[in-house]
Design a protein around this ligand. Structure first.
Ligand code: PXL
Length: 277
């Protein structure tokens, strides 16, 4: 039996159901040994809470990497989510060089923006650094806002296939081998994921549920990586992750006053079943 060890690098938002508190349980449920490199510890995530604490762990990261290297520890996949600074992006590039096993799958979720705007912590220099990290990835998973920032494209809420094709091609021109673009909606009531896998376009469309939920990007990316590492191709993994995310959003809507995150736990069984199908 092949047993895969994956490293995920992102923050721990202690409360908020995003980043590591989502990635770790989802990847474990997918049957993967999941190692973590926490980039920061925050009391909550930064979207909707005020007065959160944040301890940046950038200074600890080089010593952690050096220790792993000394121990001969390497990874079948490295998956990055929310990163706090350009220094952390540089460290991820070091990880790609120094602890990637042969054939290591590098997945970058450029978690930095949504709904046409950057998250509060980020600026143009961060976008430049993220662009360069995406160029070193096998798979990138931006939403449309992030794709626009990465490619210098005007953000639009109404668009056609040519606009999406333009984003996918410009992302590929950065050096990313495969692109999974989330939140692609060509018709009211529908949304989906556009995948450019080895240059071949596909779209998985599904129902668009009313109301957004914070953290869906992290749920989606974690489930996608889990499915990919379980041997699905990008197209199949994109579908499995989309179906799971829809189930999570539905489950969240059933919980009163749960505004800050996605209740992904009660439907983990659905993800596991989809991987075995
Ligand atoms: O879900 C992305 C995310 C992760 N981590 C932190 C965040 C956010 C989005 O706002 O603030 C700390």
């Amino acid at each position: 039996m092949s047993y895969k060890r994956i490293l995920t690098v992102q923050d721990i938002s202690c409360v908020g159901q995003c980043s590591l508190t989502v990635a770790l349980p989802i990847l474990s449920a997918c049957g993967l040994e999941t190692c973590v490199l926490p980039s920061a510890v925050l009391s909550t995530h930064t979207s909707g809470f005020t007065g959160y604490t944040c301890r940046d762990l950038t200074e600890d990261m080089p010593a952690i990497l050096a220790h792993w290297e000394k121990e001969g520890i390497d990874f079948s996949a490295i998956y990055t989510g929310y990163l706090g600074s350009t220094a952390q992006i540089d460290l991820v590039k070091e990880l790609f060089r120094r602890v990637a096993a042969d054939g290591c799958v590098k997945v970058v979720d450029p978690a930095m923006a949504d709904n046409g705007a950057l998250y509060p912590a980020f600026d143009a220099a961060f976008v430049d650094a993220m662009r360069s990290l995406c160029g070193a990835a096998d798979y990138v998973l931006p939403n449309i806002t992030e794709a626009c920032f990465l490619t210098g494209t005007d953000y639009r809420t109404a668009y056609d296939r040519a606009y999406i094709d333009g984003l996918l091609e410009k992302l590929r021109a950065l050096g990313c081998k495969n692109v999974v673009l989330t939140g692609v909606s060509y018709a009211p009531g529908k949304t989906g994921v556009a995948v450019l896998q080895d240059g071949v376009y596909s779209l998985y469309e599904h129902e668009k549920l009313p109301g957004g939920c914070h953290g869906t990007g992290d749920v989606y990316a974690s489930a996608f990586v889990g499915a990919l590492l379980r041997g699905k191709d990008a197209r199949a993994a994109a579908k499995i992750a989309a179906d799971y995310t829809v189930a999570c959003i539905r489950a969240t809507a059933a919980v009163e006053n749960h505004w800050y995150g996605v209740t992904f736990e009660p439907v983990l069984g659905q993800l596991m079943a989809a991987l075995d199908a």
